[in-house]
Design a protein around this ligand. Sequence first.
Ligand SMILES: Nc1ncnc2c1ncn2[C@@H]1O[C@H](COP(=O)(O)OP(=O)(O)O)[C@@H](O)[C@H]1O
Ligand SMILES: [Mg+2]
Length: 405
Amino acid sequence: MNNVLLATDSRALLDRVHAAADGACIGVHASPLPTDPAVFLGQVRRTELPDIVVLDATQARPQAVALAGSFDRLFPGIGLVLVAEPDDSLVIEALRAGVRDVVPPDVTVEQMREVLARVGDATRVRRGAGHSGEMALGAASWDPVVDASGPSRVISVLSPKGGVGKTTVATNLAVGLAAAQPGSTVLVDLDLQFGDVATALGLEPESTLGDIVTHGGHQDPIALKTRLTQHSSGLLVAGAPSDPASADVVTPEHVGALLDQLTELFPYVVIDTAAGLGAHTLAAGDHTTDPLLVTSMDVPGVRGLRKELDALNDLGMMTDSRRILLNFADPRAGLSLGDVEATLGVRVDLSMPHTRAAVVSMNMGEPLTTRQPRDAAAKVLRKLQATYQGANAPRGRKSGKKVRS
Ligand SMILES: Nc1ncnc2c1ncn2[C@@H]1O[C@H](COP(=O)(O)OP(=O)(O)O)[C@@H](O)[C@H]1O
Ligand SMILES: [Mg+2]
């Protein structure tokens, strides 16, 4: 079977190519069409390359032909098909650009099936002859995802105070999402000075956020992915700088640009933050679809969270899918869940108990949910994960009162 990447703005064409490829087709928008194949491929949240790229040239023919030409030079193992009203000049132009076939916009499913089979066979022969480019080509089959261009969820884990469980929640949630859907999730440690995401996951990142932003890696999706550190669950991590002094190189503008890029590449971006609403956290707030607020079960913590909720509302950074997690929930804390909710003025979505396994997992550098799946806190973390998955998990929309200037 051939894995197909199709650029088109036509839903009808997408449906026909999808059927012709027996579901092994990902659609991305054709407008605008980037000129750089790496940028084009970066739109798709997959690490493997397609076998065949189909470019709809009906809207922007010169751009499509130029992109095909660049593909042929940089990725000679990928077969190229152009969708356009065929006329003699186009066919010559397309063949010169390395295109294998030109099909009309009203191509039928059966015709497209034949074209894909022919082009797939031809490029397989070409690959076998050593034209595979630098990357492994078409090694794994794609899931039948029709449209990878939907918006990402950006889940920012926030609290006014430290030591309440942000890193515990962020790491376990991100690992769970990554394990459920390979290649889907990146975790960014925005606790730039004292971030401990890497420690919590037992990782020693070669590159950290400081390297990513100083090397401009965030401008090139493939270079960016190589600078992320992979966890055994498949989660990719952008770690915090290793010493507090070098955190200064990462500016709030860097954070915004990096998140722009990561949201193009991953369906889930999980962000662990430092306590409070510092400039970097606010920069992430502009991208956040799902704020996740964590508090411990004590009066100062809950009051602090009340103020943070107000501040986020005033800044227009609250969304209708924010969640509140009460950590260290304890019926003997001298404070009831009702008291907490009355102080906050909103419902608590999940309560997580204090467990010894949570402490041990952090110290061992292993996520609690995989180390002790039956632990009471692990169960709450899995429940939290489930709320972000599936069709019943609508993405957050900004419900802010004020627009930040
Ligand atoms: N539910 C829990 N039960 C027991 N220990 C927990 C729990 N949640 C967090 N911890 C521990 O509390 C400490 C602080 O948690 P952490 O996630 O680092 O908080 P933050 O990132 O908000 O500073 C860590 O040692 C962690 O293992
Ligand atoms: Mg932390």
